[in-house]
Design a protein around this ligand. Structure first.
Ligand code: ARG
Length: 272
């Protein structure tokens, strides 16, 4: 009798462990890396790398089941890419400045993370066509926006940016700027809110999502000029087979208006 009890408990433990593994497939905490052949569905697994601190592009929400989920229009694009490949999508939430390395070491198959096509990145990875373009924004504290009407007004100021981003490069072009480069964008906004930086440089749509969720922050009139306009999907250098498929999916999504719909839906979700 006692023996049976132990066996039943052991079986229960194994089953709940398996269930837990199954749940992990969508938020990237599973240990399965890029290039593994089959996932829980028996399908091939493709692994996306992203820095999910960038609403409406990629961000965390609590879904209807109360579980943490990574959503956003970049994620919708990744799902479509996986669907067209007949693959299962695994998502890894990584630090933004580690994405190129993760690609080149083969730990992820592709990166979609509001990635701008800079010449430096072009040397490191291969890039898809541009799937969306937008403008940059300067976020300040409400009431101080009048002080930042042009980029010149940022000279000598304390500026918050994401580490390894094009915004860090923009900040470096501002004379005497004291730059705080942080790994996650929410930390930049906290630094701004608490007065440790004067302004933050970030993508317009992300700025809009933040100012509607954090009281006391707003967007100023200053407008950074950017050369590396638009966003691309990145793959490891030489992975043309994967890249061709990515481009085919992007063309479909751009032509049938899906990308616009994804952006609208993600933007609505981001300001809730
Ligand atoms: N577009 C900028 C860049 O490529 C910032 C992207 C940041 N993305 C993110 N998911 N945090 O450098």
């Amino acid at each position: 009798m006692k023996k049976w009890g132990t066996l039943v408990i052991a079986l229960l433990m194994v089953t709940s462990l398996l269930a837990a593994c199954g749940q992990n497939k969508n938020n990237g905490s599973s240990s399965q890396g890029a290039g593994s052949n089959a996932g829980n569905s028996g399908k091939k697994v493709i692994t996306l790398g992203t820095s999910a601190d960038f609403a409406p592009y990629e961000f965390h929400i609590k879904n209807d089941q109360g579980q943490d989920e990574i959503v956003g229009f970049d994620i919708e694009i990744a799902k479509e890419i996986a669907k067209d490949m007949g693959a299962e999508l695994q998502i890894k939430d990584l630090q933004f400045d580690s994405l190129m390395n993760e690609l080149n070491s083969g730990r992820i198959d592709f990166a979609i993370s509001g990635l701008s096509p800079t010449p430096e990145r072009q040397k490191e990875v291969d890039m898809s066509k541009i799937y969306f373009t937008t403008e940059q924004a300067i976020v300040t504290r409400t009431g101080e926006e009048g002080n930042y009407k042009t980029m010149d007004t940022l000279v000598g100021k304390k500026i918050g940016v994401q580490k390894g981003s094009i915004q860090e490069d923009i900040a470096k072009t501002i004379k005497d700027a004291k730059i705080t480069a942080l790994a996650k964008t929410q930390d930049i906004m906290m630094q701004l809110k608490t007065g440790r930086v004067d302004a933050a440089i970030i993508e317009g749509p992300v700025a809009k999502a933040y100012i509607s969720n954090i009281e006391g922050l707003t967007i100023s009139e200053a407008q950074p000029a950017v050369e590396d306009d638009g966003y691309i999907v990145a793959v490891k250098k030489g992975n043309t087979e994967f890249l061709d498929k990515v481009n085919t999916t992007l063309t479909r999504l751009m032509e049938d208006g899906s990308i616009d719909k994804f952006i609208q839906a993600a933007s609505d979700l981001a300001v809730k």
